[in-house]
Ligand binder design. Structure first.
Ligand SMILES: [Zn+2]
Length: 340
């Protein structure tokens, strides 16, 4: 059987160049079509990066949706237990990624089941300028309007996850027909007595901002929230799991049925290199750093053992991959991009 683009065997150089459409080079002369090419610069490229990526979770259709992202510089103040900036840079270089910034993409997840259109997290909304809030446009790009969404899960109430819960009025739900799910521990933490953020690296102003942002997003929907806990399946094919530490009531989701389930790990990992190579490093926004580390170790160990496919809000877009155990550390294995 002949492969359509295989080079025939035993070609002379002239034949090979002719085969490649470069016959003129065989005689040292530029082919006429090259001479006719305009001497001006090639056209500017347009189109940006795609912000949506379709894939399947067994019988479910799914789409990763970019909401933007941020890229802080490399500093050990980003991570507790990261001894020095140099240690961070060395870890990044070893993984062949730039050692001068830490990229944090924001990725939301849309899943279409037989009965539901489920959105996991809502992005920054208007809270992060042009660097966030891309979710709405990316939903439109895949043919979904806010009214189509039947369920919204909020993994936790940080601005890059809850900022898109409300419409432009700041009072009404952005997804008006959706049931809204959050863990009770998460809701109570942010809306109850002053939340204890002493475990974070933020100063008083930063802590106040986190609290005000969470309350502004959560409280207008007070009457709509449905509280979920570990093991609940409020939507068929979506099982809630506890992921405490980053925030007290952070949840993740096991999505799908049977052996092909995927684990949405929310903010268990903030970086595909640093979080996996150093799961003991806790990021500056962790509310309970030691618990966040323990949760990460537990989730990575399970994911590696069970070969669970992962979706992480801050993993490289489209946020899909696996955790591989390497000694007492882990490696993130990016799932290859495929065209459906
Ligand atoms: Zn986050």
């Amino acid at each position: 059987m002949t492969r359509p683009h295989a080079l025939p065997p035993e070609l002379s150089r002239r034949d090979a160049l002719r085969f490649l459409g470069l016959a003129g080079l065989a005689t040292g002369l530029a082919p006429s079509y090259l001479a006719a090419a305009a001497p001006s610069a090639p056209p500017a490229l347009s189109g940006g990066q795609p912000g949506h990526y379709r894939f399947r979770i067994a019988a479910f259709e799914a789409v990763a949706l970019s909401d933007g992202g941020m890229a802080p510089g490399v500093s050990s103040s980003l991570y507790r237990n990261a001894t020095t900036d140099d240690a961070m840079r060395a870890t990044l270089r070893e993984a062949f990624v730039p050692d001068d910034l830490v990229r944090l993409p924001f990725s939301m997840l849309l899943v279409r089941t037989a009965s539901d259109l489920v959105l996991v997290d809502t992005g920054c909304g208007a809270t992060f300028g042009n660097s966030g809030g891309w979710l709405a446009a990316n939903l439109r790009a895949v043919g979904v309007s806010p009214e189509h969404i039947t369920a919204v899960f909020l993994t936790h109430a940080h601005f890059d996850h809850c900022g898109g819960l409300l419409d432009a009025s700041g009072k009404q739900p952005a997804f008006p027909r959706a049931r809204h799910f959050i863990s009770r521990r998460e809701y109570d933490f942010w809306t109850g007595e002053t939340p204890d953020l002493s475990g974070t690296f933020f100063d008083d102003g930063g802590r106040r901002g986190m609290i005000e942002g969470a309350r502004a997003a959560l409280t207008p929907l007070a009457s709509r929230w449905e509280f979920v806990a570990e093991g609940d399946r409020p939507v068929p094919g979506f099982e809630v799991i506890d992921l405490p530490g980053h925030t007290p009531g952070q949840i993740g989701l096991l999505i799908g049925e049977g052996a092909d389930r995927m684990l949405h790990i929310a903010d268990v990992a903030h970086h595909h290199v640093l979080s996996f190579a150093h799961p003991e490093w806790s990021i500056l926004s962790d509310t309970q750093p030691a618990l966040a580390v323990a949760t990460r170790q537990r989730v990575f160990a399970r994911a590696a053992t069970e070969r669970l496919r992962l979706f992480g809000a801050h993993l490289p877009f489209p946020a899909l991959g696996h955790a591989r155990a390497v000694g007492d550390r882990y490696e993130y294995v990016i799932e290859p991009w495929v065209t459906l």
